[in-house]
Design a protein around this ligand. Structure first.
Ligand code: GAF
Length: 381
């Protein structure tokens, strides 16, 4: 893929580029907790986005999206977000760097990738790869941590999604064979070795992406913030739902209105589940780990209401099959993938059974994506 993107750059712009790579991510557990300063448990995957870049002496910056075969041109000192456009992830990063005081000149850029499904954070991977590429190109002194924060802010301001930090963080800091137990309050992580014995992680791509997912995402975040406001009467020091102990759920229920309580309950219990899941994984207790995945799905579906018929079907049907340790929807919701932990001896049967059951119910041919936990973003030699 690196060669393809470099070659495309040479064809378009006639010079040799610097190439950066940033991977997509999975998340073992901990959904919709990052923007409440909770815990999450993501990892980088092998697939990702490659960005080729070089300085330009032209009066504008030229972008080319290899996968869409589309060009976009903008002036480095005067640009604004274009609704729904892929160029936002480059312009958003440029804007963040400029606001931080870095002086950039025009550049040419080609990007492309091999992320096989939605829900694996291709947008965060693109932002992080662009951040890495610009840092290298202009010899800027910027830490990966800052690139992560700029990527998140860029998604807020240029894509209109008020996301948390999990996706760019996992893309930047991923480690081979490890998941990151990330504390979204301190923005620091522990690496946890993921030894699944005779089991594998496999994603099922539902191939659906329901409309309004972005506005529903923002609404969920607002609901959490509204809950915190109300809870402050009883918990004056609470900054986010992270500060509400899981043992206080009954008290929380008495305070919050009926529409907010289930959302708050999801976040509070999900943070607890991440804690328990990391201990279970550390102790190689896959049964406990798998049950937590199931509880996470139920909570996301019933309480947080970010699942959909297709994801519910994929998770619920998986639970019934032999060799399945756990299964749940993954990521923001309303489509994308489920993540499944399945015994290697049953993997083929699992795929066959899930493929036909899903096709029969939704007339969609699901894809199965094996997961290899991999290294995070880097400049390629
Ligand atoms: C999306 C967001 F970008 C993340 O920040 C996170 O909130 C996730 O949904 C849900 O856990 O991927």
């Amino acid at each position: 893929m690196k060669n393809k993107i470099s070659q495309s750059f040479r064809n378009h712009f006639g010079t040799d580029p610097i190439v950066a790579f940033a991977p997509g991510r999975i998340n073992l557990i901990g959904e919709h907790t990052d923007y409440q300063e909770g815990l999450v448990f993501p990892a980088a995957v092998a697939q990702g986005i490659w960005v080729a870049i070089q300085k330009s002496d032209k009066s504008s910056s030229r972008l080319y999206a290899e996968d869409f075969e589309e060009e976009f041109v903008f002036e480095i000192n005067s640009f604004s977000p274009q609704k729904g456009h892929w160029a936002n992830y480059t312009m958003g990063m440029v804007s963040q760097l400029q606001q931080a005081g870095y002086n950039l000149s025009n550049f040419d850029l080609v990007f492309g990738g091999n992320i096989p499904a939605s829900g694996l954070s291709s947008s965060a991977a693109l932002s992080v790869a662009v951040g890495m590429a610009l840092t290298e190109l202009f010899k800027l002194t910027i830490t990966k941590r800052s690139i992560v924060l700029y990527a998140q802010k860029s998604e807020h301001l240029f894509a209109g999604v008020n996301c948390g930090i999990m996706d760019p963080y996992a893309s930047a800091f991923g480690v081979k064979d490890r998941a990151l137990l990330l504390d979204c309050r301190t923005n620091t992580h522990f690496e946890v070795e993921v030894d699944l014995g005779d089991h594998s992680l496999i994603l099922i791509n539902s191939k659906v992406k329901h409309q309004l997912a972005d506005s529903a995402y923002n609404k969920r975040r607002e609901a959490c913030e509204a809950s915190v406001q109300l809870l402050r009467e009883s918990y004056p020091d609470a900054k986010t739902l992270r500060d509400i102990p899981v043992k206080d759920l009954e008290k929380v229920k008495a305070i919050l209105p009926a529409d907010l309580y289930p959302k708050a309950k999801h976040v509070i219990t999900e943070i607890d589940r991440v804690n328990l899941a990391s201990h279970a994984l550390h102790a190689s207790d896959l049964i406990v780990f798998g049950n937590l995945l199931k509880e996470s799905h139920q909570s996301l579906s019933t309480d947080f209401e970010v699942s959909c018929a297709e994801l519910d079907f994929l998770a619920e049907h998986s639970w019934k099959l032999p060799g399945v340790i756990g299964s749940r929807m993954m990521g923001g919701g309303f489509g994308g993938c489920t993540i499944n932990l399945v015994s290697n001896s049953e993997l083929q049967n699992f795929e066959k059974a899930m493929y036909s059951a899903y096709k029969e119910n939704f007339e969609i041919e699901a894809d199965f994506i094996p997961v290899a936990l991999s290294q995070g973003a880097r400049i390629l030699e």
